[in-house]
Design a protein. Structure first.
Length: 128
């Protein structure tokens, strides 16, 4: 890309755009609808993976609260088996409808993310 700011690489530009798009996706109405539909009672949500009702936050040892519920894409925004395809594909997979999102607890979210990262790592190993 020829119009990058001084000292910016294409990788830095891509990270900047991805960050901006992900921030915009936080305001995507379907995320709020899916979360609302998963609410069981005040502060309690149903995880679509383990089917447990979990609190939206959990108290830490230092007294602060940490997020415990996530609105997650059922299909990853970047398919770990394929990798980044195009900006059009990234945007299409990021801004999905209700049927493309699920509410998950932190434990399930972390496990799902770990599996996806492992698949991506294996894919990049094969490619090198």
């Amino acid at each position: 890309m020829s119009n990058l700011p001084p000292n910016w690489t294409e990788s830095r530009f891509n990270s900047f755009v991805i960050s901006a798009l992900r921030k915009a996706s936080m305001k995507w109405p379907y995320k709020h609808i899916v979360l609302k539909n998963s609410r069981q009672e005040k502060g309690m949500y149903l995880c679509n993976i383990c089917n447990e009702v979990v609190p939206v936050t959990v108290k830490q040892d230092n007294g602060t609260r940490k997020k415990n519920v996530y609105v997650d894409h059922i299909k990853p925004v970047v398919d770990p088996e394929v990798g980044f395809v195009s900006w059009d594909d990234f945007i299409k997979r990021l801004f999905v409808g209700e049927d493309g999102l699920q509410v998950v607890c932190k434990k399930c979210h972390d496990e799902k993310s770990k599996k996806e990262k492992l698949i991506a790592k294996q894919r990049t190993k094969k490619g090198s």
